[in-house]
Design a protein around this ligand. Structure first.
Ligand code: URA
Length: 239
């Protein structure tokens, strides 16, 4: 990789600003001052320093966020605020994007990364990664609904969903439920409840596979995945 690309990727400014750093003899590769922007560097082998500080190169970033309502799961939008707007600039430089979509009013677990391969695998219907949601439903959720969800329901566009696991946590005029689905159709949970004549009034994603939302993350907060969490995601995508 070219040294100017590496430093620009790591947030040392635009290619032009990096060129100036190089001109000022601020950059060394293996203790040797480098002035040429096109100098090749192996980020895994060479020690790069800027003003005597080692540059820790990394290509990928993996974040877990507790998505707040009011933000859309996109990287940019003319009118709406996006989940990327909630990130620190030191994370935005990696150009991450949300893995899959939560509706604007949905809260909870959102993985944000720039690792396209992992994102693709996590979303692949063939990988059968379960997504577990907690929801409040206007209406009394019944055993019959559980059976219907187990068999798969028909959405408004005729699509027959895969089996889903529905648990009633509290049934009343406003029921509290947990549902696990393995697909990610547009508004899927809301439309599944519509198919049994009920309306979702609150929705929060709690889990992807066995990766749970960190309860210490307040709405809008995020952190990097731990090694254990990252390894878990890799393991479920390699199945
Ligand atoms: N299902 C929905 O209806 N909305 C979401 O945000 C996620 C799943």
């Amino acid at each position: 990789m070219r040294i100017d690309k590496l430093l620009a990727n790591m947030g040392y400014g635009s290619r032009k600003e990096v060129k100036n750093l190089l001109k000022k003899s601020a950059v060394t590769i293996n203790e040797k001052v480098i002035k040429q922007s096109q100098t090749h560097v192996d980020p895994n082998e060479d020690v790069v320093k800027v003003l005597d500080e080692v540059v820790e190169y990394r290509e990928y970033i993996y974040l877990i966020m507790n998505k707040p309502p009011g933000y859309i799961s996109a990287t940019e939008d003319h009118r709406e605020q996006t989940v990327i707007d909630l990130l620190e600039s030191e994370d935005v430089i990696f150009e991450p994007f949300p893995v899959g979509r939560l509706d604007k009013d949905t809260e909870g677990l959102l993985i944000i990364t720039n690792d396209g391969k992992l994102a693709h695998q996590l979303l692949s219907p063939r990988k059968d990664v379960g997504k577990t949601y907690y929801a409040k439903i206007d209406g009394t959720v019944t055993e019959e609904d559980i059976t219907k969800f187990t068999e798969g329901v028909t959405l408004d566009d005729g699509y027959q969903t895969k089996p889903a696991v529905l648990k009633i946590l509290d049934s009343g005029e406003i029921s509290e439920i947990e549902v696990t689905i393995t697909e990610g159709k547009y508004h899927q949970v809301k439309r599944m409840f519509e198919s049994v004549g009920k309306q979702v009034v609150y929705l929060k994603r709690m889990k992807m596979g066995d990766l749970s939302l960190d309860s210490s993350l307040q709405l809008g907060e995020y952190r990097e995945l731990t090694d254990e969490e990252y390894n878990y995601l890799i393991s479920i995508t390699n199945k």
